[in-house]
Structure formats: C-alpha cells, structure tokens
Ligand binder design. Sequence first.
Ligand SMILES: *Cc1c(COP(=O)(O)O)cnc(C)c1O
Length: 359
Amino acid sequence: MSGPGDVEDVTPATWAVLGGRPQGGGEPVNAPIEPTSLYLAGGERSYSREDVGAASVAVEDLVGGLEGGAALGFASGMAAVAAVFEQLPVGSAVAIPDDGYQGVRMLAERGARLGRWSLSTVAVTDTEGWQEALLNCDLVWLETPSNPLLQVTDLAAVCAAPRRDGCLVVVDNTVATPLRQRPLDLGADLVVHSATKFLGGHSDLLAGVVVVRDDDLRAALHHTRTLTGANLGLLEAFLLARGIRTLPLRLDRGEANAIALADWLGSHPAVTAVRHPGWAALLSFDTVGTADDVDAGLARLRVVHHATSLGGVESTCERRAAVEGQGHLPPTLIRMSVGCEDLADLQTDLARLLDPLAA
Ligand SMILES: *Cc1c(COP(=O)(O)O)cnc(C)c1O
C-alpha cells in the first residue's frame, strides 16, 4: 500500500510530519489508540506488553526514521537508559561524562556500588580521553551538548575511533534531537532519548526511546522491555507522535530565542558567565550574588516557569545546584530551557530576575 509517508527520501523535518502514519484508503490519518492488553488468539499479536499497539508502533516508525534506525518506545527516558545498562554482563567497564543528566550518573554509580560494573568518568570535551575509554570499556555513554553545562563532545571523532571488541557507544540525543545531530550516522550504536523533553515538547507526558541499527541489539532490548514491562503507554505514544509533528518549528523558534538571549545575557551586569553552544534551545548562566538572591529572583518571574525539566513550548528556569546530585555545580547557575514565547517578553522577564541582583 502507498500513500503519504510511503517515502524514504525526505528530510527529517518532512519525516516529522509524515512518519508513522497509517497507509491506504479508508485508514485514519493518525494511528489510533487501541485500549487493549490482549488480542484474540490466532493472530500475530497476543499480549500488549510484548506486542505493542498501533500508536506505539507508529511513534517508533516516526522516531526511527528521524534517527535513521529502529526505535523502541519506553515508559520514560530513564526506563530507556536502564534497558541499555541491563544489556551489560556483570564485570563490564563503563565510562560516563563528567557533566550530564544526573539520573544517568546516579544509575551508573548505583550499578558500580552493587558490583555490576566498574565506572570511570571522562570530561565531555576530552576527545583523547573518550578515545582511550573506547579501548578499555564495554559501554561508553555520551551526552552532547551536556546538561546543564552545555559542553560539546566531538561526536564524529569519538564515534569513528577504534574500540575494544563489543564496546557499545551510546549517545543521549535528548537536547540536540535528530534534527541537529544523528549519532547513528556518525558510528554510534545506540541513541537514547528522554522523549519527555523536546520530542514530546508540551510537558504533558513521560516517554523514552532507544534507537539502534543492529538487529540482535534491537531484539535484546525488546526482550528486556517485555521482561521488565517498561512499555510506553498508548496515550503517551499518541501524544508523543502529535508533539513530534511540530518539533522542527518548536526547535527553530526555541533556538533562535536562545541565541538572542545568550547574547543579551552576556552583556547583563548581573551575569558572570553564559554557557550556550551557539545552537540548541537550552542555555545556562551564572550570576553575581548568592544562591538565596537567585532563588528570590526566580520567584519574581512572570513569563518563564520556575520549574525543572526542559524541552517544552514554555520556557523553564531552575537553579541546578538545588537539585539532588548536582551539588558540584556553581551555586548560582541557572539552567534555562528556552521555549516559544516572544523574545521581548522573555527578556523583560529575565530582567525582573537579574536587574535587582546587579543593583
Ligand atoms: C530528562 C532526561 C533524562 C531522563 O528522562 P525521563 O524522561 O525524565 O526519565 C535523560 N537524559 C536527559 C538528557 C534528560 O534531560
């Protein structure tokens, strides 16, 4: 059958609109939510923990096409992360970045404490350090740009370097999204997403995705998902697909706002450092004053939400050192996820936070 979406040669931005749609006359334009845990005997599907419904299959097609691999949906980003770590035989060696999502670090440290693997840390920007890790480790975990310090790993140089037999390279692509970076094309084995963030884009769902090219690895991850019951819910799958339709628009707008704000923040007298890679809808900055001054400033915001998380249409700000496992960060560091509001309103709001600090 053919119809819209029956194409292979479109750009990712077009695939975001077309991908994962049912094909053929009389089919709905959006894959439906089928609320069922079981299927009548005699067909290909039996129980929905193993054989996921149409809305999940659709969003897996959609994200798989964007990243250039086969995608598996999970109940959250951390469920996807845990499924990857679950593939490691006991006694493996793991390397993680020195700046990155704190949940991944906490999970990796817990596994090391329990004796499941040994753990080392490499600086996000240390290309030689990563190349060495590839020769000594079974799992190399990359996250770029890193969260919350927005440092960048040279993915092309790291992913193409020689590595130990069987070493898996994973890239957490949550912040860049496949519209800005496709790690599988560069030689990574797995891509992981917290689809809760930019892919979903509306702060209304939890979802995770793993994308791979290798069939055996895909089968192993599917088996893990079935055994642990870490499936993506069907309503979440439906909402995620709907969110991804506008990812290219949201990302362009958030990035343009972030580029302008990074520039503006850089010349504000209360700001001592701005961290932004020059693209991406996420930035962080340090201020003069104390952590208490910043907390009082965050309470003055009227447009930007003072809240954790990132990747929504609404801008969010948070003092990251206040978050569990983030005590190593500069005490006044504010991470901002830049959304789709009007730039002038965002600037006015950040001035509410910052102007009294400079006074
Ligand atoms: C939020 C996040 C995760 C974890 O995802 P959840 O959906 O919250 O479980 C992993 N990596 C990055 C970069 C994140 O921002």
